[in-house]
Each structure stands twice: as C-alpha cells, then as structure tokens.
Design a protein around this ligand. Sequence first.
Ligand SMILES: [Fe+2]
Length: 198
Amino acid sequence: MESYHHLGIHHKTLQPMMPARDTWTEKERRHYVRAHLPYKESVREEYRAFETRGDFSEDLPPVPGINDEQKFGWGLFHIHPTFLLATAPDRVIWYRLQPLGPDRLKLLTTTLVPKGIVARENFPLLREKAAAALVAFHLEDLEVCTAVQRGLYASGWQQGRLSHLEMPVWLFHRYLAARIRGVWPTDDRAAAPSQRNV
Ligand SMILES: [Fe+2]
C-alpha cells in the first residue's frame, strides 16, 4: 500500500502519474489506514482535457459525482487486516489478500465500475484494457515481492529503517503490535500523526 515503491519498480507506470514524493497518509485510525496518491499537475491537465473532449470510446469516463480530489488522484483504504480498496477517478480496485501461510498469500483483484458502464457497446474493450493495465503493474510488484521473500530467508538479512513515504507499512506494524497487546490502534496510545495533520 505504501507508494514509496513507485520510485523503483513502478518508475515507468505509476511514478510518472503519481510521484512517490507527493503521496501521503492520514493519521492513525483504529480500524483502517488511508493514503492519498495525487496526480502530478501535467496529468491533471491531461485528465481535464480528456473529460472536456468527452470521447470515452477507449477509456472509462470518470465516476459521476466525484470531487476534485477523487478525480485527480488515487485513494487507498486499507481496512485491517486484509481488505484493500484503491479508488481511481474511473474505477475502484478491490483487493482480497488471503494469507496461505507465513510466507505466501493469494491475491484476488476485482475491478468495480458504475452499473451503466457494463451496458456500453465498448465495455469488452474497456474491460480488456483495464485488466491488461492491472496485470502489467502487478507483475512489477510480484517481481519485487518474490525478491523480498527470498531476502528474508538469507542469512545476512537485516531490517532497515522505513522511509516516511512508507507510513502505511509502519501503521500496519503498529496495528499488529496493538493486537498483540489485546487492543486496537489508538486505544491505549495517542494516534500517530499524519503527514498533513489530517
Ligand atoms: Fe506496487
């Protein structure tokens, strides 16, 4: 969920749209972590032009009724421990992270769009494009996640410090620590501050 890794593995796909340095995370909450991935200015301008042109034959239109923040960036919602939603201007990606053991998980992704989209003539094309994009950037993740798992089994492994851009990982660790204490995050300790006082 952290967007620090846009810099590395997604440097050709997500980083040009949502640079890691602009991503930020809200303060600690009892049951969830909320992160924001704003588009960079040039992408916002392109999206405004795309919307004005109104040609949605090859791309999904924005979801009706969304506000500017929702239109010009992605949102991430992680509900502890395994429920994750990524909201884009035109779709929501629902992740089901199903642990198979301490070192393996099954990931199921489902793309959600407004009901009317399914009835459109170009829906098969839009679905194919959406699925291809999703597979492409998850293959980038898979490569790194597999390498991380390999690294954890190496004898010279040492934990490093997290970047401030990895705040969702830190909040997840705090969630685990709270559950070990038998409480939920923020129950017995003050909430960890946001990167933006939100
Ligand atoms: Fe990723």
